[in-house]
Write a protein that binds this ligand. Structure first.
Ligand code: FAD
Length: 281
Protein backbone atom coordinates (compact mmCIF):
# COMPACT_ATOMS: atom_id res chain seq x y z
CA UNK A 1 0.00 0.00 0.00
CA UNK A 2 1.28 3.45 -0.87
CA UNK A 3 0.58 6.59 1.16
CA UNK A 4 -0.56 9.85 -0.44
CA UNK A 5 2.36 12.15 -1.27
CA UNK A 6 3.85 14.30 1.49
CA UNK A 7 6.75 16.62 2.21
CA UNK A 8 9.46 15.51 4.62
CA UNK A 9 11.63 17.68 6.88
CA UNK A 10 13.98 16.64 9.62
CA UNK A 11 14.07 18.86 12.70
CA UNK A 12 17.39 19.39 14.46
CA UNK A 13 15.92 20.75 17.69
CA UNK A 14 12.65 20.84 19.61
CA UNK A 15 12.27 24.56 18.82
CA UNK A 16 12.70 23.90 15.10
CA UNK A 17 10.21 20.99 15.24
CA UNK A 18 7.57 23.13 16.97
CA UNK A 19 7.98 25.81 14.27
CA UNK A 20 7.72 23.24 11.47
CA UNK A 21 4.63 21.69 13.07
CA UNK A 22 2.80 25.01 12.79
CA UNK A 23 2.71 24.49 8.98
CA UNK A 24 -0.70 23.46 7.66
CA UNK A 25 -1.09 19.66 7.57
CA UNK A 26 2.20 18.95 9.36
CA UNK A 27 2.59 15.98 11.71
CA UNK A 28 5.44 14.67 13.82
CA UNK A 29 7.21 11.49 12.75
CA UNK A 30 9.17 9.62 15.44
CA UNK A 31 9.81 5.88 14.89
CA UNK A 32 7.11 5.68 12.23
CA UNK A 33 5.89 2.30 13.45
CA UNK A 34 2.33 3.49 14.01
CA UNK A 35 2.17 6.55 11.74
CA UNK A 36 3.55 4.96 8.56
CA UNK A 37 1.20 1.93 8.62
CA UNK A 38 -1.73 4.35 9.14
CA UNK A 39 -0.51 6.44 6.18
CA UNK A 40 -0.15 3.36 3.99
CA UNK A 41 -3.73 2.43 4.82
CA UNK A 42 -4.65 6.08 4.07
CA UNK A 43 -6.24 6.38 7.49
CA UNK A 44 -3.94 9.36 7.98
CA UNK A 45 -2.83 11.72 5.20
CA UNK A 46 -0.46 14.38 6.56
CA UNK A 47 0.86 16.90 4.03
CA UNK A 48 4.23 17.21 5.78
CA UNK A 49 6.13 14.92 8.12
CA UNK A 50 8.41 16.58 10.64
CA UNK A 51 10.98 13.97 11.66
CA UNK A 52 11.76 14.33 15.37
CA UNK A 53 13.33 10.88 15.70
CA UNK A 54 16.91 12.11 15.60
CA UNK A 55 16.73 15.20 17.78
CA UNK A 56 19.50 14.62 20.36
CA UNK A 57 17.68 16.64 23.08
CA UNK A 58 14.78 14.13 22.93
CA UNK A 59 16.93 11.03 23.40
CA UNK A 60 18.08 10.36 26.95
CA UNK A 61 17.42 8.42 30.11
CA UNK A 62 18.63 10.00 33.33
CA UNK A 63 17.95 9.99 37.04
CA UNK A 64 17.28 13.43 38.46
CA UNK A 65 15.95 14.43 41.88
CA UNK A 66 14.26 11.13 42.66
CA UNK A 67 12.79 10.83 39.18
CA UNK A 68 13.55 8.91 36.04
CA UNK A 69 13.51 11.32 33.10
CA UNK A 70 13.09 9.80 29.65
CA UNK A 71 13.30 11.84 26.46
CA UNK A 72 10.29 11.31 24.19
CA UNK A 73 12.33 10.00 21.24
CA UNK A 74 13.99 7.28 23.34
CA UNK A 75 13.32 3.93 21.71
CA UNK A 76 11.67 0.94 23.35
CA UNK A 77 14.99 -0.92 22.95
CA UNK A 78 16.97 1.85 24.68
CA UNK A 79 14.58 1.63 27.64
CA UNK A 80 14.59 -2.19 27.68
CA UNK A 81 18.38 -2.25 27.83
CA UNK A 82 18.94 0.71 30.19
CA UNK A 83 20.81 -0.11 33.40
CA UNK A 84 19.32 3.07 34.92
CA UNK A 85 15.75 1.91 34.22
CA UNK A 86 16.43 -1.66 35.36
CA UNK A 87 17.80 -0.36 38.65
CA UNK A 88 15.01 2.17 39.26
CA UNK A 89 11.83 0.39 38.09
CA UNK A 90 12.59 -3.00 36.50
CA UNK A 91 8.99 -3.43 35.25
CA UNK A 92 9.57 -0.66 32.68
CA UNK A 93 12.63 -2.33 31.15
CA UNK A 94 10.95 -5.74 31.13
CA UNK A 95 7.73 -4.34 29.66
CA UNK A 96 9.63 -2.46 26.93
CA UNK A 97 11.39 -5.70 26.01
CA UNK A 98 8.03 -7.29 25.19
CA UNK A 99 6.86 -4.60 22.76
CA UNK A 100 6.61 -5.90 19.19
CA UNK A 101 9.76 -7.35 17.65
CA UNK A 102 13.38 -6.07 17.43
CA UNK A 103 12.59 -3.83 14.43
CA UNK A 104 9.70 -2.18 16.30
CA UNK A 105 11.74 -1.80 19.49
CA UNK A 106 14.72 -0.30 17.64
CA UNK A 107 12.66 2.40 15.88
CA UNK A 108 9.50 2.87 17.98
CA UNK A 109 9.67 5.50 20.72
CA UNK A 110 7.97 5.94 24.07
CA UNK A 111 6.74 9.42 23.07
CA UNK A 112 5.28 8.09 19.82
CA UNK A 113 3.49 5.30 21.62
CA UNK A 114 1.98 7.67 24.22
CA UNK A 115 0.92 10.20 21.58
CA UNK A 116 -0.64 7.51 19.40
CA UNK A 117 -2.52 6.05 22.41
CA UNK A 118 -3.41 2.77 20.76
CA UNK A 119 -5.92 1.13 23.13
CA UNK A 120 -3.75 -2.03 23.02
CA UNK A 121 -0.36 -0.33 23.61
CA UNK A 122 1.80 -1.36 26.55
CA UNK A 123 3.26 1.97 27.73
CA UNK A 124 -0.02 3.59 28.79
CA UNK A 125 -0.79 0.90 31.41
CA UNK A 126 2.75 1.12 32.80
CA UNK A 127 2.70 4.94 32.82
CA UNK A 128 -0.51 4.88 34.89
CA UNK A 129 0.91 2.40 37.40
CA UNK A 130 4.11 4.41 37.97
CA UNK A 131 2.21 7.72 38.18
CA UNK A 132 4.23 9.24 35.34
CA UNK A 133 3.90 12.86 34.28
CA UNK A 134 4.09 13.62 30.58
CA UNK A 135 5.81 16.83 29.54
CA UNK A 136 4.25 18.64 26.59
CA UNK A 137 5.98 21.47 24.74
CA UNK A 138 4.44 24.12 22.49
CA UNK A 139 5.56 27.53 21.18
CA UNK A 140 4.96 29.08 24.61
CA UNK A 141 6.96 26.59 26.69
CA UNK A 142 6.50 23.29 28.51
CA UNK A 143 4.04 21.92 31.06
CA UNK A 144 3.28 18.47 32.44
CA UNK A 145 0.13 16.38 32.56
CA UNK A 146 -0.39 13.39 34.86
CA UNK A 147 -0.75 10.06 33.02
CA UNK A 148 -4.14 9.79 34.78
CA UNK A 149 -5.35 12.83 32.78
CA UNK A 150 -3.51 12.10 29.54
CA UNK A 151 -5.37 9.14 28.01
CA UNK A 152 -8.80 10.49 27.16
CA UNK A 153 -10.35 7.98 24.76
CA UNK A 154 -9.92 5.87 21.65
CA UNK A 155 -6.58 7.11 20.20
CA UNK A 156 -7.25 10.37 22.05
CA UNK A 157 -4.96 12.16 24.48
CA UNK A 158 -4.58 15.54 26.15
CA UNK A 159 -1.96 16.48 23.51
CA UNK A 160 -3.03 19.56 21.57
CA UNK A 161 -2.34 20.43 17.94
CA UNK A 162 1.19 21.75 17.41
CA UNK A 163 2.44 20.28 20.70
CA UNK A 164 5.09 17.65 21.21
CA UNK A 165 5.62 15.21 24.02
CA UNK A 166 9.16 16.03 25.06
CA UNK A 167 9.78 14.11 28.28
CA UNK A 168 8.33 11.43 30.51
CA UNK A 169 8.92 12.00 34.23
CA UNK A 170 8.60 9.00 36.52
CA UNK A 171 8.90 9.21 40.32
CA UNK A 172 11.26 6.51 41.57
CA UNK A 173 9.53 4.87 44.53
CA UNK A 174 11.48 4.63 47.75
CA UNK A 175 11.18 1.69 50.12
CA UNK A 176 9.44 -1.60 49.58
CA UNK A 177 7.77 -0.94 46.25
CA UNK A 178 7.39 -3.68 43.69
CA UNK A 179 5.97 -3.65 40.19
CA UNK A 180 5.11 -6.06 37.39
CA UNK A 181 3.47 -6.01 33.97
CA UNK A 182 1.65 -9.01 32.54
CA UNK A 183 -0.06 -9.19 29.16
CA UNK A 184 -1.96 -11.59 26.98
CA UNK A 185 -0.42 -10.65 23.67
CA UNK A 186 -1.63 -10.86 20.13
CA UNK A 187 0.76 -13.58 18.88
CA UNK A 188 1.87 -11.78 15.68
CA UNK A 189 2.18 -8.13 16.78
CA UNK A 190 2.53 -8.65 20.55
CA UNK A 191 0.09 -5.80 21.18
CA UNK A 192 -1.79 -6.41 24.44
CA UNK A 193 -5.20 -8.00 24.01
CA UNK A 194 -5.22 -7.38 27.76
CA UNK A 195 -2.29 -5.97 29.73
CA UNK A 196 -2.08 -5.19 33.43
CA UNK A 197 0.62 -3.15 35.16
CA UNK A 198 0.67 -3.36 38.95
CA UNK A 199 2.73 -1.36 41.42
CA UNK A 200 2.39 -1.40 45.20
CA UNK A 201 4.21 -0.99 48.45
CA UNK A 202 4.48 -4.36 50.16
CA UNK A 203 5.59 -3.85 53.73
CA UNK A 204 4.70 -5.32 57.11
CA UNK A 205 2.91 -8.05 55.17
CA UNK A 206 0.35 -5.60 53.73
CA UNK A 207 -0.35 -3.89 50.42
CA UNK A 208 -0.48 -0.10 50.28
CA UNK A 209 -0.34 2.59 47.58
CA UNK A 210 -1.57 0.04 45.03
CA UNK A 211 -1.81 1.27 41.43
CA UNK A 212 -3.28 -0.92 38.72
CA UNK A 213 -3.17 0.19 35.06
CA UNK A 214 -5.04 -1.73 32.39
CA UNK A 215 -4.58 -1.60 28.62
CA UNK A 216 -6.42 -3.46 25.87
CA UNK A 217 -9.54 -3.70 27.99
CA UNK A 218 -11.39 -0.51 27.06
CA UNK A 219 -11.20 2.43 24.61
CA UNK A 220 -8.28 3.88 26.55
CA UNK A 221 -5.88 2.70 29.24
CA UNK A 222 -7.24 3.31 32.75
CA UNK A 223 -6.48 2.95 36.46
CA UNK A 224 -8.70 0.37 38.16
CA UNK A 225 -9.50 2.25 41.37
CA UNK A 226 -12.04 -0.39 42.46
CA UNK A 227 -9.42 -3.12 42.40
CA UNK A 228 -6.85 -0.85 44.05
CA UNK A 229 -9.33 -0.14 46.88
CA UNK A 230 -9.83 -3.84 47.50
CA UNK A 231 -6.09 -4.37 47.93
CA UNK A 232 -4.98 -1.29 49.86
CA UNK A 233 -4.36 -2.07 53.54
CA UNK A 234 -5.00 -5.79 53.01
CA UNK A 235 -2.58 -8.65 53.70
CA UNK A 236 -0.28 -9.21 50.72
CA UNK A 237 -1.35 -12.80 50.11
CA UNK A 238 -2.66 -14.96 47.28
CA UNK A 239 -6.02 -15.14 49.06
CA UNK A 240 -6.38 -11.32 49.07
CA UNK A 241 -5.44 -11.19 45.38
CA UNK A 242 -7.87 -14.00 44.48
CA UNK A 243 -10.74 -12.24 46.20
CA UNK A 244 -9.91 -8.82 44.74
CA UNK A 245 -9.36 -9.78 41.09
CA UNK A 246 -12.87 -11.18 40.89
CA UNK A 247 -13.76 -7.47 40.48
CA UNK A 248 -10.99 -6.58 38.02
CA UNK A 249 -12.11 -4.08 35.37
CA UNK A 250 -15.62 -4.08 36.85
CA UNK A 251 -17.44 -1.06 35.50
CA UNK A 252 -15.19 -0.68 32.46
CA UNK A 253 -16.86 -0.49 29.09
CA UNK A 254 -15.12 -3.50 27.60
CA UNK A 255 -13.75 -3.56 24.06
CA UNK A 256 -15.08 -6.18 21.73
CA UNK A 257 -13.28 -7.04 18.48
CA UNK A 258 -12.14 -9.96 16.34
CA UNK A 259 -9.45 -10.82 18.90
CA UNK A 260 -11.67 -11.13 21.96
CA UNK A 261 -15.29 -10.72 22.99
CA UNK A 262 -16.14 -8.45 25.91
CA UNK A 263 -16.79 -11.52 28.06
CA UNK A 264 -13.40 -13.03 27.21
CA UNK A 265 -11.67 -9.68 27.87
CA UNK A 266 -13.30 -9.53 31.31
CA UNK A 267 -11.94 -13.01 32.01
CA UNK A 268 -8.47 -12.01 30.76
CA UNK A 269 -8.53 -8.89 32.94
CA UNK A 270 -9.00 -11.09 36.02
CA UNK A 271 -6.31 -13.56 34.94
CA UNK A 272 -3.70 -10.94 34.03
CA UNK A 273 -4.40 -8.77 37.08
CA UNK A 274 -3.79 -11.87 39.17
CA UNK A 275 -0.54 -12.65 37.33
CA UNK A 276 0.78 -9.11 37.73
CA UNK A 277 -0.21 -8.96 41.41
CA UNK A 278 1.14 -12.42 42.23
CA UNK A 279 4.47 -11.30 40.75
CA UNK A 280 4.58 -8.61 43.48
CA UNK A 281 4.62 -11.34 46.13
P1 FAD B 1 5.16 7.25 15.07
O1 FAD B 1 4.63 6.06 14.39
O2 FAD B 1 6.29 7.96 14.42
O3 FAD B 1 4.06 8.25 15.51
C1 FAD B 1 2.84 7.81 16.06
C2 FAD B 1 1.96 9.03 16.36
O4 FAD B 1 2.50 9.79 17.43
C3 FAD B 1 1.84 10.02 15.20
O5 FAD B 1 0.57 10.60 15.25
C4 FAD B 1 2.91 11.07 15.50
O6 FAD B 1 2.60 12.31 14.91
C5 FAD B 1 2.83 11.12 17.00
N1 FAD B 1 4.08 11.44 17.69
C6 FAD B 1 5.22 10.72 17.67
N2 FAD B 1 6.10 11.22 18.55
C7 FAD B 1 5.50 12.28 19.13
C8 FAD B 1 5.90 13.20 20.13
N3 FAD B 1 7.09 13.14 20.73
N4 FAD B 1 5.02 14.16 20.48
C9 FAD B 1 3.80 14.25 19.91
N5 FAD B 1 3.37 13.40 18.96
C10 FAD B 1 4.22 12.43 18.57
N6 FAD B 1 3.16 -1.20 20.56
C11 FAD B 1 2.97 -1.74 21.78
O7 FAD B 1 2.71 -1.02 22.74
N7 FAD B 1 3.08 -3.10 21.98
C12 FAD B 1 3.35 -3.96 20.97
O8 FAD B 1 3.49 -5.16 21.21
C13 FAD B 1 3.51 -3.42 19.66
N8 FAD B 1 3.76 -4.22 18.60
C14 FAD B 1 3.89 -3.67 17.36
C15 FAD B 1 4.11 -4.51 16.26
C16 FAD B 1 4.23 -3.98 14.99
C17 FAD B 1 4.46 -4.91 13.84
C18 FAD B 1 4.19 -2.57 14.79
C19 FAD B 1 4.35 -1.98 13.43
C20 FAD B 1 3.97 -1.71 15.87
C21 FAD B 1 3.82 -2.26 17.16
N9 FAD B 1 3.61 -1.44 18.26
C22 FAD B 1 3.42 -1.99 19.51
C23 FAD B 1 3.57 0.03 18.11
C24 FAD B 1 4.97 0.60 18.32
O9 FAD B 1 5.30 0.52 19.68
C25 FAD B 1 5.11 2.06 17.84
O10 FAD B 1 6.47 2.30 17.80
C26 FAD B 1 4.49 3.11 18.69
O11 FAD B 1 3.11 2.88 18.89
C27 FAD B 1 4.58 4.49 18.05
O12 FAD B 1 5.85 5.01 18.24
P2 FAD B 1 6.66 5.63 17.05
O13 FAD B 1 7.86 6.26 17.64
O14 FAD B 1 6.88 4.58 16.03
O15 FAD B 1 5.67 6.79 16.56
Amino acid sequence: MIPTSFEYSRAKSVGEAIKMLSDHGAQALAGGHSLLPAMKLRLNQPERLVDIGRIPELKYIRREGGKLMIGAATTHHEIASSAEVKAAIPMLAAGAGHIGDPAVRNKGTIGGSLAHADPAADWPAMMLAVKARIQLTNDKGSYTVAADDFFIGFYMTALKEGELITEIQIPIPEGDYRSAYAKFEQPASRFAIVGCAAMAKVSGGNFSDVRIGFTGVADAAFRDSGLEGMLNGQPATAATIDAAVANAAAGAELLEDHYASAKYRAHLARVYAKRALMALL
